[in-house]
Design a protein around this ligand. Structure first.
Ligand code: DC
Length: 219
C-alpha cells in the first residue's frame, strides 16, 4: 500500500496528538509531534533563565539545542529525557511565544521536513498543512469547542493527579490560540485543501474511523 503523508493542524488541546498516535499505530506510520519541538526550545530557554520574550537571546540558544524523538514517544533534549517536563503550563505558553520567532521556526521546520521525507508519516501542529508539508496527501484541520477542549484537559489533569482549575485552563487555551493565530509567520489557519473535523461531539474511535476513511481514499 502506498505510504502517504498526513498533516493534522488545529488549535490547542483539540486532541490532535491522541488521534495522530492512534492513526500512526493503525497504519504503522511514524508520528511526529511538532509541538513538542517548540516546547523543547521553550524549556531550554526556561532552564537557561532566558525571558521567552527576548527573541535575540532565545534564538542564540538554537545552536545548542539537539532534539531527539524516539519511536516510543519519548522526547530527548541534549540527551536529557524531557518528555514530561515540557508539558508544564509555563512551557506551553513559552512554546507559543518562542514559536513566533523566524529563526526558531526555520530551525525546526527544516528538521521536521527531514524527518518526514519518504512519507509514511503523520505530523501534528499548527502549520503542517500550510507550510511544513504543503504537498501532504491528506490534511486534517481538527477543532472542538473551547468548553470541550478545556474540559478534556481538566479531566486529563485530574486523572493524572495534577491540580486543575477549569476556568484557568480555558483562559490559557484561548490566549495561546489567539497568539498562535495572530503571529506574523506561519499563523495557525486551515489550509485551503484541509478537511475540517469538529470533534466536540465525537468519540476518539469515531474521529479515527473518519480519518481512516479519508486515508483509504488516498492510498
Ligand atoms: O501542539 P502543542 O500544544 O504542543 O504546541 C505548543 C506550541 O507550539 C503552540 O502553542 C504553538 C507552537 N507550535 C507551532 O507554532 N507550530 C507547530 N507546528 C506546532 C506547535
Amino acid at each position: 500500500m502506498k505510504k502517504i503523508s498526513i498533516a493534522i493542524d488545529g488549535p490547542a488541546a483539540a486532541g490532535k496528538s491522541t488521534i495522530a498516535k492512534m492513526i500512526a499505530k493503525d497504519l504503522n506510520y511514524t508520528y511526529i509531534d511538532t509541538g513538542a519541538m517548540y516546547r523543547c526550545v521553550a524549556y531550554y530557554a526556561f532552564i537557561k533563565q532566558i525571558d521567552f520574550h527576548d527573541e535575540v537571546k532565545v534564538c542564540a540558544l538554537l545552536e545548542e539545542i539537539h532534539i531527539e524523538m524516539l519511536p516510543d514517544g519519548s522526547i530527548y533534549l541534549n540527551r536529557e529525557d524531557v518528555t514530561f517536563s515540557i508539558r508544564q503550563n509555563e512551557i506551553s505558553m513559552g512554546a507559543s511565544i518562542v514559536s513566533s520567532y523566524k529563526d526558531v521556526r526555520e530551525f525546526l521546520v527544516e528538521q521536521q521536513r527531514k524527518m518526514a521525507q519518504g512519507g509514511g508519516v503523520i505530523l501534528d501542529g499548527r502549520d503542517i498543512g500550510t507550510v511544513v508539508l504543503k504537498d501532504a496527501e491528506l490534511k486534517i484541520y481538527q477543532v472542538a469547542s473551547i468548553e470541550c477542549r478545556a474540559m478534556r484537559r481538566h479531566k486529563e489533569n485530574l486523572e493524572k493527579g495534577i491540580e486543575s482549575d477549569l476556568k484557568q485552563i480555558e483562559e490559557e487555551i484561548e490566549k495561546r490560540d489567539y497568539q498562535d493565530m495572530h503571529r506574523d509567520i506561519s499563523p495557525l489557519k486551515k489550509a485551503d485543501d484541509a478537511i475540517e473535523i469538529d470533534t466536540s461531539d465525537m468519540s476518539l474511535d469515531e474521529v479515527v474511523a473518519r480519518i481512516m476513511e479519508l486515508v483509504e481514499e488516498r492510498v
